[in-house]
Write a protein that binds this ligand. Structure first.
Ligand SMILES: Nc1nc2c(ncn2[C@@H]2O[C@H](COP(=O)(O)OP(=O)(O)OP(=O)(O)O)[C@@H](O)[C@H]2O)c(=O)[nH]1
Ligand SMILES: [Mg+2]
Length: 217
């Protein structure tokens, strides 16, 4: 099989990176995109064999977009670097794209363990997924784990550079009438020693709501 690049947006995930990177299946190459970690994440990523990219612009979407640009494989995956998702579940998504069953394959999070997915984050996701379904996209989550062809993704021209990125991607995929497939993926509490940027604080949640509302307008 051709190698697959995996883009990992990273902001202070030094404690989680060794486990996440070690769990990548054979043939999957990590691209860790950092913008401003202060916990040594870039050197930890590099010592684990990952390619490290420094993105000057802040934001989840900025990191993801830059990772997509520097990726060299035909199919590219995206995965959070906080240890909440299992890299071993990426090949199932990639297979759907390779087989032509989907242009975009995304994970639907199934929480395992207490506190993996706080109720307000789950509720917010459900509301957004409802909006997407009305736009013709059969999804039940705003997935942080996905696979697609690099050139297809670049053609979608997703603009948001913050936490609205995943939602905008799905909206544009729906508008372009892409076949989108959703598979269940395991969602665990983030690795101990890392900090939530979204659902773990009122500030983070409000920021994500603002970014996503901007995308919906
Ligand atoms: N480079 C970069 N990465 C980011 C930024 N914000 C978040 N990330 C990364 O994006 C991924 C998702 O961030 P999380 O804080 O886990 O957000 P979430 O999973 O949506 O929500 P919770 O974990 O529930 O808070 C993690 O790997 C973060 O390190 C950012 O501004 N820049
Ligand atoms: Mg997370």
């Amino acid at each position: 099989m051709d190698p697959v690049d995996v883009v990992l947006p990273c902001l202070d995930e030094a404690a989680a990176l060794p486990g996440v990177l070690a769990a990548l299946p054979a043939g999957y190459r990590a691209i860790v995109v950092d913008n401003g970690s202060t916990d040594g994440s870039p050197s930890v990523a590099a010592s684990c064999g990952a390619m490290v990219v420094h993105e000057p612009r802040k934001g989840y979407g900025a990191a993801v977009h830059t990772g997509l640009e520097v990726a060299g494989s035909e199919i590219v995956c995206f995965l959070d670097a906080d240890g909440s998702l299992d890299p071993g579940e990426l090949p199932a998504l990639v297979r759907l794209v390779v087989a032509g069953q989907a242009k975009l394959a995304v994970g639907r999070r199934v929480p395992v363990g207490r506190g993996a997915w706080p109720w307000h984050a789950r509720l917010g996701n459900r509301v957004l997924a409802g909006i997407l379904r009305r736009r013709g996209l059969p999804v039940t989550d705003i997935a942080p784990m996905r696979a697609a062809r690099r050139t297809d993704l670049l053609e979608l021209e997703v603009r948001d550079r913050a936490f609205g990125y995943p939602l905008e991607l799905l909206i544009r995929a729906a508008a372009a009438r892409w076949p989108v497939a959703e598979l269940p993926v395991t969602y665990r509490p983030r690795t101990i020693g890392t900090r939530s940027k979204v659902s773990g604080s009122v500030r983070g949640t409000l920021r994500a709501v603002r970014d996503m509302a901007g995308v919906l307008r």
